[in-house]
Write a protein that binds this ligand. Structure first.
Ligand code: FES
Length: 109
């Protein structure tokens, strides 16, 4: 797994946010809520809305289009939705927020 610094420390101490970042060719949604950070895919699996335009409620990210809800820890959609979003590990270090990106299987060879 590659760990990539995606945000400087100064931003991580700011107020809560939801923003989009580009990492290793992927567009991801980074969420800060309280003292917790999460990284998830940026497109909603329902109809492709940009999840960084959504909002957080009780540990869930709410899509701005049709209000599907996704658990920020597991990525699981709310009951009855039958969908999920990809989640990525994050670590807050001395110099900023890092995200863990797995190497594609074809890069192991
Ligand atoms: S596009 Fe996200 S709920 Fe429909």
């Amino acid at each position: 797994m590659n760990w990539i610094n995606i945000l400087p420390k100064s931003i991580t101490t700011s107020e809560d946010f939801i923003r989009t970042v580009q990492v290793s060719g992927r567009k991801l949604c980074i969420v800060k809520t309280g003292n917790e950070f999460y990284a998830v895919q940026s497109k909603c699996p329902h109809a492709g809305a940009e999840l960084s335009n959504g909002w957080c409620v009780s540990g869930k990210l709410v899509c701005p289009y049709h209000r599907h809800e996704f658990d920020l820890k597991t990525g699981r959609g709310a009951e009855g939705q039958g969908n999920y979003i990809d989640t990525y590990p994050v670590e807050l270090r001395e110099d900023g927020l890092y995200i863990g990106i797995s190497k594609p299987w074809w890069k192991f060879w």
